[in-house]
Design a protein around this ligand. Structure first.
Ligand code: AMP
Length: 398
């Protein structure tokens, strides 16, 4: 990485603002139901506490649209962080994320303690990348550490504007995300395969295009497969399709053929009379999807084909479900891929909310090499795009 890393920068006894992505799910009582994103930032926080820094945590939560809304307070994070950190570390809550009162609170805290700023998105200046708001944030600290990988595709004040005002560097989580991405996409152990699913080709076309230049194999499941099948002239019944993408998909198939990337499409499907978990279903080969039926999952022959295609892979990248996996009747293909990926000896990198959820439900989150914490940001990286939040960090001098 050509950006400064936390270890490259002097943080000892400094006021360090850490941008985290604590956009965590909450239940109706405001309790955190999944603290993965908080735990993922502990290496950075622990490092700063060892360096006796004043740790100032900044994050967004939900979409309060620039207005104070108690529903989106970061207070629950304080309790959870306190539970994770050494009991001698005091974790307190700031009254806001900018302003004289917050400065006073930071002034009064001890080195080696933590303060959590209130939701950045209570101020319109955050999403608007307002220079005044960035300046206020920067005035709270000596050093800025970016660890909010999941938000790095957004051009917000705490992602972009603040970087020009104080020395900035990547935290441990951000570095880990970038390193795994590099290892799986730009410099992978080969053969490298991408398993891609989900509903819309239009959402993922840039990813398929980019990966078909870099992978040895690209396996396409989920509803995206029907646009590929229709582009080749096959009937797809009432399955999801994007007619506007047919030409794009045809070109993509030509290019991957020219690049020597092998593209795998499903060879059979679970079809249903309608999109309903209790509808009648049957398994049919890809050329025989009945006119009035909907294909909602990959079938067993496809699972076998994909399993064989992944057999020799040394690196596997996975994003997107193989079918409408939220309904049990159409979840078998996705969970079969969970088994295949988690039993593989390859380095396995997984990203995206649905894929993550399938691993969680199967209790197999520990059986992959790396799960990205960033949905949208991970997808942007897969597209081959530069993330603004990373580009804005201070450069490492060579
Ligand atoms: P995406 O957000 O593009 O990754 O798409 C995820 C969604 O795709 C999930 O909600 C799945 O239910 C849906 N999906 C996957 N395969 C199918 C299919 N064959 N028919 C309808 N929906 C599907």
């Amino acid at each position: 990485m050509n950006k400064l890393f936390i270890r490259d920068i002097d943080v000892r006894k400094k006021k360090v603002l850490v941008r985290t992505d604590y956009n965590v799910p909450l239940d109706e009582e405001g309790e955190i139901t999944d603290d993965t994103r908080i735990r993922a930032t502990l290496p950075t926080i622990d490092y700063l506490l060892d360096e006796k820094a004043k740790v100032i945590i900044a994050s967004h939560l939900g979409r309060p649209d620039g207005k104070v809304n108690p529903k989106y307070t970061l207070r629950p994070v304080v309790r959870r962080l306190q539970r994770f950190l050494n009991e001698k570390v005091k974790v307190s809550m700031a009254t806001d994320c900018i302003g004289p009162e917050v400065k006073k609170q930071i002034g009064e805290m001890n080195y080696g303690d933590v303060i959590v700023l209130e939701n950045l998105r209570f101020h319109p200046g955050e999403a608007g990348n307002d220079p005044g708001f960035a300046k206020e944030l920067a005035s709270l600290c000596d050093v800025f550490i970016q660890d909010a990988f999941g938000n790095c595709h957004r051009k917000h004040a705490s992602m972009i504007g603040i970087n020009n005002l104080v020395p900035s560097a990547a935290g441990f989580l951000l570095k880990k995300e970038i390193d795994y991405f590099e290892k799986s996409v730009n410099n992978p152990m080969r053969p490298v395969a991408a398993l891609l699913g989900g509903a819309k080709v239009s959402d993922k076309i840039k990813i398929i295009d980019n990966l078909s230049k870099k992978m040895d194999k690209v396996l396409i499941g989920g509803a995206m497969a029907f646009t590929f099948l229709k582009a080749q002239g096959f009937g797809i019944g009432k399955s999801l399709v994007e007619d506007s993408m047919l030409d794009v998909v045809k070109n993509l198939m030509d290019t991957s053929r020219r690049n020597g990337t092998k593209l795998y499409l499903p060879v059979d499907f679970v079809v249903a009379e309608n999109f309903n978990g209790r509808a009648e279903t049957k398994v049919v080969p890809y050329q025989e999807i009945p006119e009035k039926w909907i294909a909602l999952d990959i079938g067993p022959a496809t699972t076998k084909l994909f399993s064989e295609a992944l057999q020799d892979a040394k690196t596997i990248l996975w994003n997107g479900p193989m079918g409408a996996f939220e309904l049990d009747a159409f979840s078998r293909g996705t969970y079969a891929m969970v088994d295949i990926v988690t039993n593989s000896h390859a380095s396995t990198i997984v990203g995206g909310g649905d894929t993550d959820m399938a691993l969680h439900k199967a209790g197999k989150t520990h059986d992959v090499t790396f799960i990205s914490t960033g949905g949208g940001a991970f997808l942007k990286l897969l597209e081959g795009s530069e993330l603004p939040g990373i580009a804005a960090l201070s450069d490492r001098k060579v």
